[in-house]
Design a protein. Structure first.
Ligand SMILES: [Zn+2]
Length: 238
């Protein structure tokens, strides 16, 4: 008497409507993407070089900081090469007012770290602070966007208030520059040590190049009692 009520996939309809309102775009070329976890379109993904570092106990990342910074683990998602989709994505993130690119890449990193045995006891994600003047100009800190995406997927907090870049007055800067062993650009301070005491901290940045910034930032964090450190970046320069 009663026919079977046709089943209707409301979730698919919701996702479809959401996609119409907020289309998913490739973070490198801006092409339309099907809704899902991917940040890159098929053609950009083919040109990417994933590192697989999140599953390797030792890798190019940990070797670069060898003897300079004692870390639990370190990983980048992609190799950074000129004109690669990852260079284009980072350009969008830093110079084209696209904070969402950082959040999407952070989510992708979060999915990788969730599969890794080395990041299981991470308690807080901390971005490398940007110089306040730069952050004001850009409107956001790109590393904080990356941290937000990771934190969302791993379900752990991210903290942008406990670590700061040291600001020098002009006279202090001149004095410091005379001392060639002090790198004025990369001085940091922990403003709320209790946030890091006895914790495993994931410090994140956009690109690992020489490692000088992460080293300086990491040493500052490790000076807090009982703090342990792991590192993650979107890309590693080769
Ligand atoms: Zn693309």
């Amino acid at each position: 008497m009663f026919g079977r009520i046709p089943s209707f996939d409301f979730r698919a309809l919701g996702a479809g409507l959401l996609h119409l309102m907020y289309p998913c775009l490739c973070v490198a070329c801006g092409d339309d993407l099907p809704a899902g976890k991917s940040c890159f379109c098929f053609s950009c993904r083919l040109k990417l070089e994933p590192t697989g570092m999140h599953l390797q106990e030792e890798n190019d990342f940990t070797h670069r900081l060898w003897g300079q910074l004692p870390v639990v683990h370190g990983a980048s998602m992609y190799y950074f090469t000129r004109k690669s989709p990852i260079q284009r994505a980072l350009h969008q993130l830093k110079y084209h007012n696209k904070p969402e690119v950082g959040i999407k890449l952070g989510r992708e990193m979060g999915y990788l770290l969730a599969q890794s045995p080395y990041y299981r006891d991470i308690e807080v994600v901390v971005p490398v602070p940007l110089h306040p003047r730069k952050e004001q100009l850009r409107g956001y800190n790109q590393s904080a966007m990356f941290a937000e995406g990771i934190s969302e997927v791993l379900g752990i907090p991210f903290d942008v208030r406990s670590l700061a870049r040291k600001i020098y007055s002009e006279s202090q800067t001149k004095k410091k520059r005379l001392d060639r062993f002090v790198n004025v650009e990369t001085s940091f301070e922990v403003t709320r040590p209790s946030a890091f005491t006895g914790r495993h901290i994931l410090l994140v940045d956009d690109v690992l190049t020489t490692g000088a910034t992460l080293e300086s930032c990491g040493q500052t964090i490790l000076a807090v009692q009982g703090a342990r450190l792991s590192l993650a970046t979107i890309a590693i320069a080769v």
